[in-house]
Design a protein around this ligand. Structure first.
Ligand SMILES: Cc1cc2nc3c(=O)[nH]c(=O)nc-3n(C[C@H](O)[C@H](O)[C@H](O)COP(=O)(O)OP(=O)(O)OC[C@H]3O[C@@H](n4cnc5c(N)ncnc54)[C@H](O)[C@@H]3O)c2cc1C
Length: 301
């Protein structure tokens, strides 16, 4: 093979702004590699990276790599994004250390306008109002329509006060700048809703890890909406890897050894062969081996 591998799915998205209203945007700026680059890298393991392979061979190999957490071939593909988001989203985003970042500096530039949050989405703390355990997330949006006596003041504050508070911080920042305060000091007046932007280079393995955490329902809605935009790009650019990740990681249950042994205990051995018939041979053998190990552990049967 000569020349740079072109990724048709990534090319579709290159340079196109994907905007989330009232929140921010992501744009794919550059990429490296295709699904075939990943499977070719994996085949180096057994010295056969130059052999001709079909897409279905690649799909099988990528599925195997994903299922067995043989992750380094997925690091061979890389993507570069330009992201715009409020600072509170950026703080969560940048906890993902396995990436390269360059962010706009509020020492060198004036603060951009604040992110105008969609105040209709304001909600109380608990995702489940009956649960005393929920310490994060939010419940149903507070709407002016759903008025109870206790909600009225909060809903009114949500609609007007929230936006006013943001405007007030912006005015204070501008006032400080007008008074000659340096940018690096005036910025301490800005709210977490202030927009920021950064270039983000990440390999596909770590990007999938990011998507696994940040597209889940327990991730904050604002980062989730932007992560969903990135997910749509990845699904087009690396369709075989995406399908394997959905099948073997994202939608695959992660359970403890005790839970697995308990479940294995109620599996009907006679009906097992039929139930597993649709799976690839190797996967079926692996599941049977795991079940046999659980049964022989003693507490399953
Ligand atoms: C719903 C949710 C709630 C959260 N709540 C909080 C919170 O309350 N407080 C808080 O501080 N954080 C919180 N986080 C952030 C979380 O703890 C992680 O820091 C963040 O998700 C990044 O994940 P990561 O470290 O796996 O990813 P990355 O930093 O991208 O790292 C990827 C992988 O590389 C390896 N790695 C990276 N750096 C190191 C290292 N120094 N040593 C060893 N291995 C390393 C690890 O295997 C890691 O999984 C939350 C995240 C989510 C999704």
């Amino acid at each position: 093979m000569s020349g740079r591998p072109i990724n048709p799915g990534a090319e579709l998205h290159l340079g196109k702004l994907r905007s989330v209203p009232h929140l921010g945007s992501v744009t794919l700026r550059d990429y490296c590699g295709t699904d075939a680059s990943i499977s070719r890298a994996a085949r180096v393991s057994y010295g056969r990276h130059n052999a001709t392979r079909t897409e279905s061979d690649d799909a099988k190999l990528i599925g195997y790599l994903m299922r067995h957490r043989h992750t380094s071939p997925f690091e061979m593909a890389e993507l570069v994004f330009h992201v715009r988001a409020p600072i509170f989203v950026a703080r969560q985003w940048m906890r993902h250390r396995m990436a390269s970042i360059n962010e706009v500096s509020l020492r060198y530039t004036e603060a951009a306008e604040e992110c105008v949050m969609d105040v209709r989405g304001l909600g109380p703390l608990c995702a489940d109002p009956d649960s005393k355990d929920s310490k994060q997330g939010r419940g149903e949006p507070l709407t002016v329509g759903a008025i109870t006596a206790a909600d009225t003041a909060q809903a009114a504050w949500g609609s007007f006060g929230f936006a006013l508070d943001l405007q007030q911080s912006d005015l204070e920042y501008k006032h400080a700048r007008k008074a000659g305060i340096s940018r690096e000091q005036a910025r301490v007046l800005l709210p977490l809703a202030t927009m920021t932007e950064w270039v983000w280079k990440v390999d596909l393995h770590n990007l999938l890890h990011f998507l696994g955490l940040r597209t889940k329902p327990d991730a904050q809605r604002e980062i989730r909406l932007l992560a969903d935009e990135i997910a749509a790009i990845v699904a087009d650019a690396y369709p075989l890897t995406w399908a394997a990740w959905v099948e073997h990681v994202r939608d695959a249950p992660r359970i403890s050894a005790s839970a697995w042994r308990a479940l294995a205990g109620i599996v009907d051995a006679d009906r097992l062969a039929d139930a597993l018939a649709a799976l690839p041979d190797r996967e079926r053998r692996e599941i049977l081996a795991a079940l046999t190990a659980a049964w022989s552990a003693g507490d399953a049967r």
